[in-house]
Design a protein around this ligand. Structure first.
Ligand SMILES: Cc1cc2nc3c(=O)[nH]c(=O)nc-3n(C[C@H](O)[C@H](O)[C@H](O)COP(=O)(O)OP(=O)(O)OC[C@H]3O[C@@H](n4cnc5c(N)ncnc54)[C@H](O)[C@@H]3O)c2cc1C
Length: 462
């Protein structure tokens, strides 16, 4: 017998989590099925709404000023500006004091580990004392065993970028860590548990050892930035105790993968899912589906959709309705049935969208880009050489690969009709935007996840 729910969300990244949380505001039978780790574990933990326009203008002071000028195919245009605000409001409710930035619609400027300044809408509270708009002088501290954060170089880059403060960087040996392959969680746990460290002839706590090393380099700076490794479950306590002991503000600089701030955000979202009563099934992929054809009278006509503020691209006619999806649990196929489905399986990175060569020996340039569960249409050029441009900083077509949708986020087939009447898509599986160039990744996932989940929840039983 199939497992039955009202809303089934596929994918457990930011988009899927938000979809499940917003659906759970409308119905209490929501399930989220997810396979592998999401990109949250690699991402910085920053919530970028829009840092640059698609033509590269920026950094943008107010992302909301630019949202309405985005191309019609952009996911933000599909859901509308109010939905972006509503999604951020739900995010603020979920993350509480752990995130900052909700006092303004202006982008904050957060220093990155490379010494650039990132325009972002929401940032972990741990990074708040490091904002580049703050003019206090700054000491950046890096560690020999964490070469991804070269503090002197990052400081030089920040100065070159014209930040309104003096900044220096020093590289120290992290007390208690000698190997450069130690996991970031090892650094975090050493500090969180304040494990005993022997330095020379003295044994002391890891925090005290770190404080004494940093103190020796501190001059007039009133804030110190460390790579984002200051604790795991109790990062606030670690940061505050270092700040007290050093007598300055302490902040974290977001790092590349694996990212502790991303993992902390994942924990916040999954705690919220549990609180909201969402049933989470992890470690299993959705591999297939069964559908049935429903008559035109049961599907929205183009006029009805347009009247509802939706896309005018759908054509009236019979539609396909997903009856159930198949989850592969160690080789056993388990059917899951729901009234409404949300596809939030990520983009090319998360494998929600895939590409393959499809050419013959004579013509190996042909390629296909596809969505592997429902085979939803993914617009792309047939010739793989058209997926890229030579200029590494140019507009890369592959970066925009993903599903097209109507304003309800229902995926569209090549002819503009709905792929399925009860499927919505959210997050990086959607196409039409380049999250890396625009700095809009988490923001699009939040907004589209929120809308897809809300509409799915509202539509249950309609
Ligand atoms: C290295 C890196 C750094 C980034 N930095 C930033 C940043 O600083 N700021 C920012 O705003 N954005 C950033 N982003 C972008 C942002 O993280 C992503 O755009 C966003 O998180 C995508 O979320 P998602 O939920 O759509 O997809 P994903 O995070 O990819 O999650 C998709 C989930 O679906 C699951 N899944 C896939 N197929 C199936 C299946 N068949 N069955 C069940 N589950 C399935 C996957 O296992 C995964 O858990 C970064 C991304 C990367 C890769």
């Amino acid at each position: 017998m199939a497992i039955e729910d009202d809303v089934l969300v596929i994918g457990g990244g930011i988009a899927g989590s938000m979809a499940a949380l917003s659906a759970a505001e409308h119905t209490d039978r929501v399930r989220l099925v997810t396979y592998k780790q999401s990109t949250l574990r690699s991402a910085s933990g920053l919530i970028d709404v829009l840092g640059y326009t698609p033509d590269g203008t920026g950094p943008l002071a107010d992302p909301f000023d630019a949202l309405e000028d985005l191309p019609d195919s952009h996911p933000y245009q599909r859901v509308g500006t109010d939905a972006v605000r509503d999604a951020l409001a739900l995010f603020d409710e979920i993350t509480g004091d752990a995130y900052a930035g909700d006092h303004t619609e202006t982008n904050a400027l957060v220093p990155t580990h490379g010494g650039t300044v990132k325009p972002t809408a929401r940032y972990p509270a741990a990074t708040a004392a490091g904002l580049a708009s703050d003019d206090r002088d700054t000491l950046l501290v890096g560690f020999e065993t964490l070469p991804d954060f070269d503090a002197p170089l990052a400081a030089a880059h920040l100065e070159a970028a014209g930040v309104p403060f003096d900044t220096r960087g020093v590289t120290l040996a992290f007390p208690g860590i000698e190997r450069d392959d130690a996991k970031v969680t090892r650094y975090a746990h050493l500090l969180e548990r304040n494990e005993s460290i022997t330095m020379g002839t003295t044994t002391t706590g890891a925090r005290e050892a770190l404080v004494s090393l940093v103190d020796a380099h501190l001059e007039d700076e009133s804030r110190v930035g460390f790579p984002a490794i200051l604790g795991d479950d109790h990062a606030d306590e670690v940061r505050e105790s270092l700040a007290d002991a050093l007598g300055v503000d302490v902040f974290e600089v977001p790092m590349g993968p694996p990212s502790l701030p991303g993992m902390r955000l994942e924990d916040l979202l999954y705690d919220a899912l549990e609180d909201a009563g969402v049933r989470v099934t992890s470690g299993v992929p959705v591999v297939d589906y069964d559908s049935e054809t429903v008559a035109a009278s049961e599907t929205a006509t183009a006029d009805e959709v347009a009247a509802d503020g939706g896309s005018d691209r759908e054509t009236p006619g019979d539609g396909e309705r997903i009856d159930r999806v198949i989850v592969d649990r160690n080789g056993t196929e388990i059917p899951h049935r729901a009234d409404q489905y949300v596809l939030a399986t990520g983009g090319l990175v998360g494998k929600g969208v895939r590409s393959e060569r499809a050419g013959s020996a004579e013509n190996d340039a042909t390629g296909v880009v596809f969505e592997p569960i429902f085979d939803c249409h993914v617009p792309h050029a047939e010739d793989r050489y058209d997926w890229f441009v030579d200029d590494a900083f140019g507009e890369q077509p592959f970066a925009r690969f993903g599903l097209e949708s109507d304003r309800e986020l229902r995926p569209l087939a090549a002819d503009g009709t709905l792929e399925f009447v009860n499927l919505r898509a959210a997050g990086a599986v959607l196409g039409g935007y380049d999250f890396a160039a625009e700095k809009s990744g988490a923001g699009v996932s939040l907004a589209t996840g929120y809308v897809a989940g809300k509409r799915a929840g509202e539509e249950v039983g309609e």
